[in-house]
Design a binder for this molecule. Sequence first.
Ligand code: SER
Length: 317
Amino acid sequence: MKNVLIIGSTGQIGSELTLELRKRYNGNIVAGYIPGAEPKGELLESGPAEVVDITNEQQIAEVVSKYKIDTIYNLAALLSAVAEIKPQLAWKIGMDGLFNVLEVAREHHCAVFTPSSIGVFGNNTPKDKTPQDTIRNPRTMYGVTKVGGELLSDYYYIRFGVDTRSVRFPGLISYIAPPGGGTTDYAVDIYYEAVKGNKFVCPIAAGTFMDMMYMPDALHAAIQLMEADPTRLVHRNAFNIASMSFDPEIIFNNIKKYVPEFTMEYAVDSLRQSIAESWPNSLDDTCARIEWDWKPTYDLDTMTKDMLSKLKSRNLK
Ligand code: SER
């Protein structure tokens, strides 16, 4: 039996990961949320939910004790573009919040998964096939908190034996919960506009490559890493994982294969563009493949077919 607390359970990753964990495990899978972002529908009906504000260590500890939690998925974060607008809050959630989670995990012997990101890399990082162990010098608050988070998580593993593990997620694409304020969000929005029959106005310039991943592969990665044999893990915080890399032209042309009347124009957003340019074009995920058998299922074309059919069945307006 596993008892899991998901902090940020109603967000982009949490709303799907929580349901997936409930399918796989029969213990207490607790949906942690903050007031104003309450769980609804299946997420609310399929298991327990508790208010868990990551900035409140006491509140985390109480829920961990109440449900005898053994694993925490810490998904609270502001995405990259929002974090540039609210850097103080991004630090409070990303660093102070993580510190609270790690302290509770140390005292209550929990394993912790905290997503890292392609945002840990910066302009000095090798851009193509970015290695696992390389320069991490972001110039965004999002990236700073993610690098800090990787270091702090490794510190808690080395110093206190807390079982911390993480992956560097690329842009995540899903037909369920929309992201908000990320640099890679255009690759989600483009599908919605295609299905609604609208022209897509792209905020990222042609020729800007970033790594992306379909949500089912991302959920699988998070769960598979937490289940991995610890004796095989040379790395912990955080593993490069990858499944596809494209620029706006490539994804547009892929969608156009199935929606021939689809059109796109560019109105480049300078903040998002500068963040995108500082990130790698593609990651080398060899270490994840060797240490815990990471392997994605979807490529761009299989993702596009699935996204379009799932969104069409929702009758979007
Ligand atoms: N999807 C995130 C963002 O764009 C990157 O990890 O902010």
